[in-house]
Structures are given as C-alpha cells and as structure tokens.
Design a binder for this molecule. Structure first.
Ligand code: SF4
Length: 392
C-alpha cells in the first residue's frame, strides 16, 4: 500500500466533503486529500517572485517536473515537461536531485518514487491531486476478480496489463502476476507481448485504451472484449463470457477524455470544414473511430508541430494542453474538440500557491507531502515497469 508518509490520517466518513475542502483523507482513493500548512493567498502579487527565489535558493537540490496537463502558472517553473512516463524517466535520470517536486497527480509521484533512489524524496504539492481513473481500480477489487478467474480455472491463461495511470498497488499486483505496465504510446506492443504469454489479457483500469488498442490496432473483434464491472457480482459476466473472451476490460475510464462524444466530432466537422480531428486513445471507442488521428499526449504535440500552416485541428484531450498548443501554433487553427470547458480538476489542484508553499517549506528545512511506496509494492511494481521497458 502506498502511503503519504508525512500526513496520512485515518479514513473518515466524510471523505467527499473533505476532498472538496482539501482536508483529511479519502479511504476510497489512491491519494490523500489533506493539505497542511499555510498556503499563500492566490491573490498574492509576489507568488512568481517567491517561487523564483525559493527555487533559486534550492538550486540543484530540487528538480521540478510538470505534466502537460498542468496550469501555465505552474508549468513556467518546471525543469522538464512531459507525459507521465517521460516524467518518471526524467526523475530517474536525476539521481543527484535530493527533492523531486512532481507537478502532476498522485500515481505519477508514486511511479517517480519507485524509479528514483532511496535517497531521493518525491513531493506532491497538493495531496488532493489524485486521478479518478486510477481510483476506479482498487487493489481489493482486482484481487477479488483474480480469485474469480482462479476459481474458473482461467487465471493461468490471463496476463494482467495495467495502464501507467493506476496506483502503485495495482502495478504491484500486475508485477506479482507476471504482467506488464503500458502507456498510451506502447499499449499495442504490451498487448502483443501479453498475447504471446497467454490467451487472454486482463486490462486495467482504462477500458477505452484497452478496447481501442485491441480492436483498432490489433484487429481483435469487439465481441471478444468483455467489460468487467467490479461493482457487480462476478463482474456482471457469465462464466462462459469470461472463458470465451480475449480481452477482459476493467470498467474504468478517464473523466476528462470520457466527456468527448460522437456529437462533438460531428458538430466540429460541420462548423469547421476540413478540420482534422485528433484525439487521445482514452476517448470512447466511437469517438476514436470517428477521429482522423489518434495518439498519446506526446503524439498529439508532435502532430501539431508537424501540421502545415493554415490547417485546422480539433483536439480531444485536456484543455490546459490544448490552450498551450493553440498559443504555440498561431499559424494554425487549434481548438478544443468539445464546446464545454474540460480541465482535469485534480491536475488543476496543483496551483502556484501550492508550489510556492512546497518550495518554501523545503528552503525552511521541512519536507512536505512526501509520497512513498512501501518496499514490497515498489519491488513488484518495478518488475512490471521493467517488463514494459524490455518490450520488444
Ligand atoms: S486527465 Fe484523466 S487520466 Fe489524466 S489525471 Fe486527469 S482523470 Fe486521471
């Protein structure tokens, strides 16, 4: 079980209310919700100067990572930006940095802790920065599903695959059961490898990435994919469905990418003739099918870099990134795929006051919001991560 070492408190019954307030802890989540300390006021006109001064005072002792979905006010202080996997690799490539300040969400900070040395400390400026998708697969639920596969006699034929966007507990489960972690960039390679090991794949926690990769990239029939619902007895599936399936998809999704619909695609095509629709594979199957291009966050960035001047793009991913891409490409028309504004609310928890507070605490000799993964979980999660790195 991954824990926040400095601030973990016992679960309470008012987790949701506490989450909204940014106080306490949430027993149903992979992250805490506590935010101790005196945060600077968001209206403080000196926030930029304070962050600059604190970072300068810390020098090479601190390395700040910024996920692409972070706010501009935070990204300006990142030493490197990237998707979750690139940032974990960057953290591992900086063994001399005493503190890794992870401007992203909880599961990413866990991965950084797993991949960095024991002398390094990984900090998350706001512990309420979790991920709703990662929260949809809790270890106890996944173990119950696996026991059911064992009772049915199919577990020996099932290879568990988890998306990077999952808790350390789930990565540890996958490592223990000879599976692999994947990202949205290498999901097909991970599935190719997994099908060579066994006849079935148990894909966690994002049903859409699993289905889109299996059906659209590997040619597996939609009928060969079943959806395992952890809130229903036996996943809501018959024994026959589980025995026959090639892909057993966990019922999880991203609450940001899941918002895009076929209507969003139809509407933008009607409104902007010739528009290119570019989406992330966490989008629903019908949206990905209707799009012109599909790929990871890094793919989306590269596609827009390479796009000709004057071209139009409707992009189906998180809004902070789409806004930055629009500003970076004034010679192209870059717009959000949906009319409704859609930030990732947990990514947005990390703001400049939280970053200033974290850096100033470090300058004062205190280590706030450290994320640690216990040794056994980290060991098995590392096996699954290393298997990903070793994919052919
Ligand atoms: S964008 Fe989706 S997958 Fe990424 S952190 Fe937010 S909820 Fe999780």
């Amino acid at each position: 079980m991954a824990r926040v070492t400095s601030t973990w408190t016992e679960p309470s019954n008012t987790a949701t209310a506490l989450l909204l307030l940014g106080r306490g802890s949430d027993p149903a989540s992979e992250r805490g919700v506590d935010c101790p300390g005196d945060l600077p006021a968001p209206s403080d006109p000196d926030l930029v100067a304070r962050a600059t001064a604190a970072k300068a005072a810390l020098g090479d002792r601190v390395f700040v990572l910024g996920h692409h979905y972070q706010r501009d006010e935070v990204i300006q202080f990142a030493d490197v930006t990237g998707d979750s996997f690139k940032l974990a690799q960057q953290a591992a490539a900086r063994p001399d940095a005493e503190f890794i300040v992870f401007c992203g969400v909880h599961f990413m900070a866990e991965s950084a802790d797993i991949l960095t040395t024991s002398a390094q400390r990984v900090l998350l400026p706001d512990l309420a920065a979790g991920c709703s998708m990662a929260d949809m697969a809790v270890l106890g639920q996944v173990e119950t599903a696996w026991e059911h596969f064992e009772d049915l006699g199919i577990a020996g034929d099932v290879v568990p695959v988890t998306y990077m966007n999952s808790s350390a507990d789930i990565k540890g489960f996958v490592g223990r059961n000879k599976g692999v972690v994947c990202t949205s960039s290498n999901a097909k390679r991970a599935l190719d490898w997994s099908f060579e090991q066994g006849g079935k794949v148990f894909f966690l926690p994002d049903q859409h990435l699993g289905r889109n990769t299996a059906v659209l990239e590997m040619g597996i029939d939609l009928e060969d994919c079943v959806l395992y619902d952890p809130h229903k007895p036996k996943g809501g599936l018959t024994d026959e469905q589980l025995r026959d399936a090639r892909m057993i998809l966990w019922r999880g999704h991203c609450s940001v990418h899941g918002r895009f619909t076929l209507e969003s695609v139809d509407e933008v095509r009607e409104r902007v003739p010739g528009v290119n629709v570019l989406v992330h594979p966490e989008c629903r199957h019908e949206v990905v099918r209707a799009a012109d291009y599909v790929g990871s966050t890094e793919y989306i960035i590269r596609a827009l870099d390479a796009a000709p001047a004057g071209s139009s793009w409707a992009v189906g991913t998180e809004l902070n990134l789409v806004r930055r891409l629009a500003l970076a490409h004034p010679d192209k028309q870059v717009m959000f795929l949906d009319k409704a504004v859609c930030y990732c609310s947990t990514m947005n928890r990390i703001d400049l006051p939280h970053l200033v507070w974290t850096l100033e605490e470090l300058v004062a000799g205190r280590v706030p919001n450290q994320i640690t993964v216990d040794a056994d979980t980290a060991h098995h999660a590392r096996i699954a991560l290393n298997q990903m790195l070793a994919l052919p």
